[in-house]
Design a protein around this ligand. Sequence first.
Ligand code: F6R
Length: 619
Amino acid sequence: MCGIVGYVGQQAALPVVVEALRRMEYRGYDSAGVAILDGAGEVRVEKRAGKLANLEEALVADGGEAGFVGTTGIGHTRWATHGRPNDRNAHPHVSGDVAIVHNGIIENFAPLRAELESAGVELVSDTDSEVAAHLLTRAIESGGTAGDFVASCRAVLARLEGAFTLVFSHAKHPDVLVAARRSTPLVLGVGQGEMFLGSDVAAFIEHTRDAVELGQDNVVVMRADGYEVTDFDGEPTEGRPFRIDWDLEAAEKGGYDYFMLKEIAEQPQAVADTLLGKFQDGRIVLDEQRISDQELRDIDKVFIIACGSAYHSGLVAKYAIEHWTRLPCEVEIASEFRYRDPVLDRSTLVVAISQSGETADTLEAVRHAKSQKARVLAVCNTNGSQIPREADAVLYTHAGPEIGVASTKAYLAQITANYLVGLALAQARGTKFPDEVAAEFRQLERMPESIQQVVDSLEPVREIARELADSKSVLFLGRHVGYPTALEGALKLKELAYMHAEGFPAGELKHGPIALIEDDLPVFVVMPPVEGRGVLHSKLVSNIQEIKARGARTIVIAEESDEVVKPLSDYFIPIPPSTTLLQPLLATIPYQAFAAEVAAARGYDVDKPRNLAKSVTVE
Ligand code: F6R
């Protein structure tokens, strides 16, 4: 997830673009950059690693507005996917007269890069994005219709696979910007004699409230006095014009009251992006792989280490990893791991899961594992952070920056990535046939659609939350992967609503916690999918009967078709069908919405719960 901006008009472009980048910084702050076309055939680029302030300093040092004259410009704030966050990998990427900015992932960048290199093109960055700039230069140079800037942009787009928003500029065509989108956002702002581009409307809301949402596989050619929208083949099509009625603060939150709600809504994209490019030529591929297939085959034990929600994602993964690989898999809270002298050696794989990549407990556990010669694989959302740097292999979750302190989209992305780790292990060890790995991956690929259905139907959950906001305590029950989901539900409620909450394996209730049940105590239960109905399902039905008999109020998350459990539910929250292993990707979402709504109803700051920090860098 990166921030994209563009401007063509009458004003000096630099301040407009920099201000727009400030509004986009929440989408990524690994680096920032601008390209300004001077109108006389030159393009001037400045880019810097780190926050926007670093870029601003560099711009001032290089003459500020006087050094970057021009009324057309593009800009980018980066959340790194391919390539470390540094100056070289920052956008815009330049090739001769061409400067481009990109958000998303170009899945086939490796063969495109090889093609360019064999043609003698020197690529200076490690990104997937840079290929688009060079392909455009080559398309223009190859003459004929392809010599036309706009047609050449289309020719390049036809060669790209994956998800992308791209803005192309050309120094010799300073009056025009060409932009395209596939599966990542892009909005057009329509002003008086000026046009804007942004990843969302916050980029230009100060200048105009007339916007056009671009559809899937749309290309927009924009000039100061107008724009035209086509598909990738050049056939005219239409965007969706709309009027923005949000204020700036609401615009930055996408119209939601809190970032957390926005991030809950972004979960289908976070999961889809995490899967993007991970299955190529019939195989699961990791991002950075410094462990050989032979070493993976020699693994005889897996430890997962993480904290908080990341730990819960690891608990979910254990079920899949043991089932798919037949390797024993232990999940440990990172802060406990190294103090109990775990048995580690060369044939141990330690999977460290961390959104921030900076959590001190997890980092120290990684260092301990490495000192004992274990192989370390990091699952991380933050490119260039410490944990992936010290790991032997990395799989990035592509959730983009998570601003709400309570993890939502990063959590679902972690579960997704952990499953990819399980499949990569099963593939290397031959415990699953290639067609079985492919089938599991296809099922994962279908999940964003089901996640979207859950996201779209959360209002009844919010109503329940408002009704139960004064409860003293809430319990969460589940079996199998429903158990870590219960732990996650309880954690969300504790951290956001400051309410006593506990998650239990439903079968454990009768060994003590059932004493907590009293009249009207809200108890959440996740039912296994109908597909898995059998012992697990009927045992949970018995557990619900036990708690109902003692006066609890039952709130049941289950498939719509689960008729058995409906009569036992005081509140019934339907979710779409799924396999048992994939169900946490759906069942967790009502828990997130419930906790956020209870917190809001109690008047608490949903994005910044008391006493908590997004990244915990002390042990
Ligand atoms: C809970 C939450 C925390 C983090 C934990 C680990 O909503 O966000 O429990 O999951 O602090 O953080 P990372 O994943 O950055 O290592």
